[in-house]
Design a protein around this ligand. Structure first.
Ligand code: IPM
Ligand code: MG
Length: 355
């Protein structure tokens, strides 16, 4: 029996989490494992209800469960709030920090049924299978920040990008361990030609690589990496990077697969794993049964694999997703001529039934 804390959040979050729950229900029926779920307020909806985007009660539930499944947070309604009350900086970043989830795994995997859905040519993206390992609890998103008024009256804003050897080592190990289960290649991304934190990053990653003589390590500068991702993405296997570079590059990598609505993530490192789609709350399509639930369903599959050690159940879910795509079912974001368009609910139901 596993306890899952559900944080549906804002925008399309509740719809895609409901889709994932429908599939987990089918997993229970197929495999006999049992999931107990507890839902909590998180993000803008939590702010509206309690005055805090990350209420104490939610914090407690997240610590107590075996895993957290999150939909999405944020929206224009909360954009003008002071930063600590905003869903992103006031809830999502503190949640990751509190869970000690320093390693964010973002697979960019193309389903063969969708090789034509990318904005890039089929031959560029076919067979794509990249695992971005993004450092998630350090760097410039968490470093000291402030504003000050200069003597001439202009305002200066400061965000500090900082990394310690310990923070780099532990996330590098996650990347090397994963590479061993894949094609034994790690590309570490940095900006070592300019940034001191990147020079330390490169030194530490190189030294950790010494413990993994069977894994090949390459270093690449982040600007070149962005270019290579659209030029020849198949050259990458595991991509290891600090927080902000990983944020940017993982969005880029996701679009190679056709839609950001397809891609899941796992955030690991602490006792409780955090699972969330990499897309946002998409307020423009929320409540219309238009969102693609596959990223959240695939996040639930990652939860089965990484938090619950149920690799066969994870395989079942991933195969059911591939099967439904093969049959031609598509949500609006990945719709192509000749395919059958379905809504969020129908897509989740089809995947559940196929399990
Ligand atoms: C992501 C998002 C978040 C991040 C935002 C919403 C704070 O872009 O998960 O990639 O930057 O980590
Ligand atoms: Mg992002």
């Amino acid at each position: 029996m596993y306890t899952i804390t559900l944080l549906p959040g804002d925008g399309i979050g509740p719809e895609v989490v409901a889709g994932a729950m429908q599939v987990l229900q089918a997993v229970q029926e197929r495999t006999g494992v049992q999931f107990v779920t507890r839902e909590a307020l998180f993000g803008g909806c939590a702010y509206d209800a309690t005055g805090s985007p990350f209420p104490k009660e939610t914090q407690k539930l997240c610590q107590e469960g075996d895993a957290v499944l999150l939909g999405a947070v944020g929206g224009p309604k909360w954009d003008a709030l002071p930063v600590e009350q905003r869903p992103e900086a006031g809830a999502l970043l503190p949640l990751r920090k509190q869970l000690g989830a320093f390693a964010n795994l973002r697979p960019s995997l193309i389903f063969s049924a969708l090789s034509d859905a990318s904005t890039l040519k089929r031959e560029v993206v076919e067979g794509l299978d990249i695992m971005v390992v993004r450092e998630l609890t350090g760097g410039v998103y968490f470093g000291p920040k402030h504003r000050e008024t200069l003597p001439d009256g202009s305002v200066k804003a400061v965000d500090v990008m900082e990394y310690s050897t310990n923070e780099i080592e532990r996330v590098a190990r996650v990347a090397f361990d994963l590479a061993r289960k894949r094609s034994s290649r790690v590309t570490s991304v940095d900006k070592a030609n300019v940034l001191e934190s990147s020079r330390l990053w490169r030194e530490v990653v190189t030294s950790v690589a010494g413990e993994y003589p069977d894994v090949e390590l390459n270093h690449i500068l982040v600007d070149n990496c962005a270019m290579q991702l659209v030029r020849y993405p198949q050259q990458f296997d595991v991509m290891l990077t600090e927080n902000m570079f990983g944020d940017i590059l993982s969005d880029l990598a996701s679009q190679l697969t056709g839609s950001i609505g397809m891609l899941p993530s796992a955030s690991l490192g602490g006792k409780v794993g955090l699972y969330e789609p990499i897309h946002g709350s998409a307020p423009d399509i929320s409540g219309q049964n238009l969102a693609n639930p596959i990223a959240t369903i695939m996040s639930a599959a990652m939860m089965l694999r990484y938090s619950f050690d149920l690799p066969q159940a994870a395989d079942l879910v991933e195969q059911a997703v591939a099967g439904v795509l093969e049959e031609g079912y598509r949500t609006k974001d990945i719709m192509q001529p000749g395919m059958k368009q379905v809504g969020t609910k129908e897509m989740a139901e089809l995947i559940g039934v196929r399990l």
